[in-house]
Design a protein around this ligand. Structure first.
Ligand code: UD1
Ligand code: CA
Length: 452
């Protein structure tokens, strides 16, 4: 049977107290819905339909390239009503798997199992919740068969004591599902058409309701509030930290690292406290990252060290480099081996050759810097003239004295030596000393004011 997946993402997420649609709140750096969509793709369904509603344009806009069909639920009348908006798109002979956009960490294997056990009937996913408050409870009959699901707000005190909860996912043939949904009413505490009511309807028809019980709670935890979001985030981060420790990475404190994307580490990498890794980050062997660093889409080659409070973004760092403390590498910074970038140095869209150094207080933007270049404190590439950006070229073995301004476009030829405080706006000849500043004068006849 072909498989179609319906993802419910139309809820406003009242309990988040936010103007951002719930499924767009980030978990480990990506919207909740992104986690769900990635998992659905692993099941290779015929179609993925996402039901959006409140703030729907923002939700759609956040996934411009997602291979999904969008359906609008203009009125938020409940999860059952939401599924009804999507069902007309499903082919009659398909199995439909319904997922919630606010249950982000479910694994593809669990969903596969759910689809398998449905076998033409109805399958639901359940779990024993550490704290079942807020969830629909699974009510079983005397023989242990699933009889119905009762929502928190409609449950009796006896039912509230049940710990087995509805994760929110179910699988059934499209035809049967729309039949059951047609019979779902909204006479309940929330005046909503509950998807969960199909369970009692199926059971009443004598259809066996297969329940797959998830063993791992975080996998099936829903996000309804910032508190739950934060708890899930910590759980995810703790897992990421454990994976790193197991792979041999030294973490000064596994509770104080955040990985919002992928972090690949070579052997004997050490990471100090409060570092954030975003996008795709690769650290080579023996790389050391000091405390309070942020690395976003960066690769750092073997034996390099990034010192405290550095921010590196869309950059490449070669082997045996020394970055920071307080360094900033912006997009397009490409450093060869043994480059030193020191405190309060900013590098943007520039290449620096092997062994070059800018140790203090400099801006290097849109520049091509050769090897073994020394860039003195306070050096600035004036790359922007108010209209366009221009390039600075500094060839191998140059020495740029402190407080030099390089007015681009300009080329400093191989082996140039620039005197401190120079403003260089013409190309310099190779191997010569160039000084471009007013000559120092002293006036022997000068007397301090007030003195005769
Ligand atoms: C739902 C289940 C509950 C289950 C819990 C698991 C129902 C009635 N209740 O409760 O049994 O234990 O999930 O996390 O299904 N949505 C729409 N349109 C709507 C309403 C909701 O698209 O009209 C979407 C939401 O965006 C969300 C999902 O459906 O992604 C679930 O809705 P939510 O309001 O969060 O339901 P819960 O109260 O968590
Ligand atoms: Ca929910």
């Amino acid at each position: 049977m072909p498989l179609e997946i319906v993802v419910l993402a139309a809820g406003q997420g009242k309990r988040m107290h936010s103007d951002v649609p719930k499924v767009l709140h980030p978990l480990a750096g990506r919207p909740l819905l992104a986690h769900v969509l990635e998992t659905t793709r692993a099941l290779a369904p015929e179609r993925i339909v996402v039901v959006h509603g409140h703030g729907g344009d923002a939700v759609k806009a956040a996934f411009p390239a997602a291979p999904v069909t969008w359906v609008e639920q203009s009125e938020r009348l409940g999860t059952g009503h939401a599924v009804l908006q999507a069902l007309p798109l499903a082919s009659e002979n398909a199995d439909v798997l319904v997922l919630y956009g606010d249950v982000p960490l479910v694994r593809a294997e669990t969903l596969r199992e759910l689809v398998q056990v449905a076998r033409g009937g109805l399958a639901i996913l359940t779990a024993d919740a550490p704290d079942p408050v807020g969830y629909g409870r699974i009510v079983r009959d005397a023989r242990g068969r699933v009889a119905r699901i009762v929502e928190q707000k409609d449950a009796s005190s006896e039912e509230l004591a049940l710990r087995e909860v509805n994760v929110g996912f179910l699988c059934a043939p499209a035809k049967r599902l729309s039949g059951w949904l047609a019979g779902v009413g909204n006479r309940n505490a929330q005046r909503e058409y509950y998807l969960t009511d199909v369970v009692a309807l199926a059971a009443a028809e004598g259809v066996e309701v297969a329940a797959v019980k998830a063993a791992d709670w975080p996998e099936v935890a829903g996000v309804n509030s910032k508190r739950e979001l934060a708890a899930l985030e910590r759980m995810l981060q703790r897992r990421a930290a454990e994976r790193l420790l197991e792979a041999g990475v030294t973490l000064a404190d596994p509770e104080r690292i955040d990985v919002r994307g992928s972090l690949e580490c070579g052997r004997d990498v050490a990471i100090d406290v409060n570092c954030v890794f975003e996008g795709s980050v690769r650290l080579g062997e023996r790389v050391r990252i000091g405390p309070h660093c942020v690395l976003r889409n960066v690769s750092v080659a073997a034996d390099s060290e990034v010192h405290a409070f550095s921010l590196l973004e869309d950059a490449q760092v070669g082997a045996r480099c020394r970055i920071g403390p307080y360094a900033r590498l912006r997009p397009g910074a490409m450093l060869a081996e043994e480059v030193h970038i020191g405190n309060f140095v900013e590098v943007k869209a520039s290449r620096l050759g092997a062994g070059s150094k800018a140790n203090h207080l400099a801006y290097i933007g849109d520049a091509q810097v050769g090897s073994r270049v020394n860039i003195g404190a306070g050096t600035i590439t004036c790359n922007y003239d108010g209209a366009g950006k221009h390039r600075t070229v500094i060839e191998d073995d140059c020495f740029i004295g402190s407080d030099t301004t390089l007015v681009a476009p300009v080329t400093v030829a191989k082996g140039s030596y620039i005197g401190a405080g120079s403003t260089i706006n013409k190309n310099t000849p190779a191997g010569q000393l160039t000084v471009a500043r007013a000559r120092q004068v002293s006036l022997p006849s000068w007397k301090p004011r007030g003195k005769k």
